[in-house]
Design a protein around this ligand. Structure first.
Ligand SMILES: [Zn+2]
Length: 379
C-alpha cells in the first residue's frame, strides 16, 4: 500500500515536473515543433502593439514611389528604384541616414503625410497590429521648409482615415532630433502646443549620439513633463558611454520608457534599477540583407531572462529587410529559437509598456491572454 502510494506520488511529481518544463522553460520549445510556416501563422494572428516605429521609416518602396511621382521628383520613380537604393547602402548609420534623408524629401504636402500614415495603418491591419504609438520628427520636415501645421493636419487626417478603414488605434510621439540645437527643440514644442491633445508623448532620436547626451534636453523634458507628455528616448546600441546615457535618461530626464537601451545588459546594477523602476524597453532587432541574423538577439535574450519588460518593434520597417512587425518577430523567433510562449510574453510586455489608461490597457492584455489560451499557450 505504502509503496503503491509513493509510486503514484512519484508519477504525479514527474508529470507535474514535465508540465513545468514544457510551460516554463523559455527555450525548451522551439520545441513547439512548428514549421516556419506554422510559426508565421501563429505570430501573424497574434494581436500586436507597435511602440517603436517612425512615420518617416514606415514608407514602403511603393509609397515612396507614389509620393515621388505625385511631387514630380526625378528620382524614386519606381518601387524598384527605391529597393535598389536600399540594397546599395553602405552598412551602419551613415548608409542608413543617406537613404533615409533622401527618402523623406518625397514628403512635401499635407496629403503626403496623410497618405503615409494611412498606408502604414493598412500594413498594421495586415500584421494584426491593433495599437500603435508612432514617432514623427517635425524638425526633419520644418528644416526643409515644410509647414508644421500642414504636416500635423496631414498626420491627423491620415490617422482618422486609417482608424476608420482598418480599426487600428494610433497615438503619436513627437520626437526631437538630438543633433539639432536645444533652441530648435524648444521651437518645435512651441509649434506643437495647439496640438497637445493629439500628442501622447515626447521622444529623442536621430544622431550622432556622441556629443548629444540625454542631459542636453533636460529643460525641454522638464517642461514637457509639466505639460503632460509621457517621456521616452532612444539610447542607441554600442554608442560611447551607452550605459551612462541610459542612467542620464532615467535620472535627469526622468523618462517613462527607454527605446533600444540594450547596453543595460552589460551592467547588472542598471538592470536591477530598470526593474525596480518598472521601466520598459522597446527593442528593435532589425535585419539588413547583409546581416547574418536579426541584430541584438543575445542582449535582448539576456534582458528578457532577467525579468526586464522588453518588447520587439520594427523601427523603420520600410527601410530594413526585416520589414513590418510579423516578419521581424518571425525572423527573431527563428534565429533565436524562442518558444511560442516567449513570443507571447514579449508581446505582453509591449501592451504593458503602452501609455494607455489602465482600463484600456487591461482590455488589450486580456484579449492577448484569451488569444494565447485559445492557442494552447499558457502565459
Ligand atoms: Zn527608432
Amino acid at each position: 500500500m505504502t509503496t503503491k502510494f509513493y509510486n503514484r506520488l512519484l508519477a504525479i511529481i514527474i508529470v507535474l515536473f514535465s508540465f513545468q518544463l514544457f510551460s516554463f522553460n523559455s527555450f525548451a520549445s522551439n520545441l513547439d515543433g512548428m514549421s516556419r510556416e506554422k510559426m508565421q501563422v501563429f505570430i501573424g494572428e497574434m494581436p500586436k502593439a507597435e511602440l517603436h516605429i517612425h512615420l518617416e521609416g514606415t514608407m514602403s518602396p511603393e509609397t515612396v514611389a507614389k509620393l515621388a511621382n505625385r511631387n514630380k521628383f526625378n528620382f524614386f520613380k519606381t518601387a524598384d528604384e527605391v529597393r535598389q537604393s536600399l540594397s546599395s547602402r553602405v552598412p551602419g548609420l551613415t548608409g542608413f541616414l543617406s537613404h533615409h534623408n533622401k527618402q523623406i524629401t518625397v514628403l512635401q504636402t499635407e496629403k503626403d503625410f496623410l497618405t503615409t500614415v494611412y498606408d502604414f495603418m493598412e500594413k498594421c491591419k495586415e500584421n494584426n497590429i491593433v495599437y500603435v504609438e508612432m514617432f514623427f520628427d517635425p524638425q526633419a520636415h520644418t528644416s526643409r521648409g515644410i509647414d508644421f501645421d500642414s504636416m500635423m493636419k496631414g498626420i491627423l487626417a491620415g490617422r482618422e482615415a486609417g482608424q476608420k478603414a482598418f480599426g487600428v488605434k494610433l497615438n503619436l510621439i513627437i520626437s526631437i532630433n538630438r543633433e539639432r540645437s536645444v533652441d530648435s527643440a524648444v521651437e518645435m514644442m512651441s509649434n506643437a502646443k495647439p496640438y497637445k491633445k493629439y500628442l501622447l508623448g515626447l521622444g529623442i532620436d536621430s544622431g550622432p549620439e556622441e556629443g548629444n547626451p540625454p542631459s542636453k534636453f533636460k529643460d525641454v523634458y522638464a517642461q514637457a513633463k509639466k505639460d503632460g507628455y509621457f517621456l521616452t528616448i532612444h539610447n542607441d546600441v554600442d554608442e560611447k558611454n551607452s550605459t551612462g546615457h541610459i542612467r542620464e535618461a532615467m535620472d535627469i530626464l526622468k523618462v517613462d520608457r527607454l527605446d533600444h537601451s540594450l547596453n543595460a545588459a552589460e551592467d547588472i546594477d542598471l538592470v536591477a534599477e530598470i526593474r525596480r523602476r518598472d521601466l520598459c524597453l522597446t527593442a528593435s532587432p532589425v535585419q539588413r540583407g547583409s546581416d547574418p541574423e536579426p541584430q541584438d538577439i543575445p542582449r535582448i535574450r539576456f534582458l528578457f531572462q532577467h525579468g526586464v519588460c522588453i518588447s520587439l518593434h520594427s523601427d523603420d520597417p520600410g527601410e530594413f529587410d526585416s520589414g513590418y512587425l510579423t516578419n521581424l518577430m518571425l525572423n527573431f523567433q527563428q534565429a533565436g529559437k524562442f518558444s511560442k510562449r516567449d513570443m507571447v510574453r514579449l508581446m505582453l510586455h509591449a501592451f504593458k509598456a503602452a501609455w494607455l489608461p489602465d482600463e484600456e490597457k487591461k482590455a488589450y492584455i486580456n484579449s492577448l491572454k484569451k488569444w494565447a489560451a485559445a492557442n494552447y499557450v499558457n502565459i
